[in-house]
Ligand binder design. Sequence first.
Ligand code: ATP
Ligand code: MG
Length: 253
Amino acid sequence: MARRRLVYEGKAKILYEGPEPGTLIQHFKDDATAFNAEKRDVIEGKGVLNNRISEHIMSGLNSIGVPTHFIKRLNMREQLVRACEIIPLEVVVRNVAAGSLSKRLGIEEGTALPRPIIEFYYKDDKLGDPMVTEEHILAFNWASQQDVDDIIALALRVNDFLAGMMLGVGIRLVDFKIECGRIYEGDFQRIVVADEISPDSCRLWDLRTGRKLDKDVFRRDLGSLTDAYAEVASRLGIMPRGGSGKTGPQLVH
Ligand SMILES: Nc1ncnc2c1ncn2[C@@H]1O[C@H](COP(=O)(O)OP(=O)(O)OP(=O)(O)O)[C@@H](O)[C@H]1O
Ligand SMILES: [Mg+2]
């Protein structure tokens, strides 16, 4: 098999050149990092689960007309995506207080917010992804006013879609992060949802018990991360329980 050209290796994923111009292959690794990579581990099966869960969410978004970079899944760990120019922002949407919002503003975790709150963080690992406002984004030209308006509209549509999808399987969408990218089509530019949407980039709590089904399980040492992610995948009907993605004989108890 011909060797693929590596475009970028990040903490959780690898990007390879895709088969057509303007495409990339996104490969999901098993590496988990938190607190700006101060805590790290390899968690077998995580990449497989995130690939499938992100595929499910992105193709759902595509089907309701929310543009994403997702084209198709290629195998258990890889998906074909459209290459885009990533806007250097992490766009966070919050429905319920948790994490840094609770810490900074002294709002108890689990408090429902009166409306979705959107926050922007400047993507720069050396700076620890600092929070920024629209003023910074415009002043430093990371995105135009039109881009920011488009990003906010996209983020709110993703929020409505994802909150509904999760609610349908008994999960509360507390918050999530997206990255957006620009795609050029002739003279036009379009903003799409890029990167991944998975339990690595969302906070998901069981509606009934409050059990955490997201990366906080890893951040806070709350048990098996793959069990939590497999629970999400199985409730969404996209993978059998067990989580590793391996098929074959199932042990019958
Ligand atoms: N469609 C796309 N086109 C180009 N780049 C993309 C696309 N989707 C995601 N990316 C970028 O690919 C990388 C994915 O790798 P990973 O998530 O492991 O990175 P990371 O270690 O979190 O680092 P970063 O701080 O750059 O996100 C990210 O830099 C992300 O911004
Ligand atoms: Mg990333």
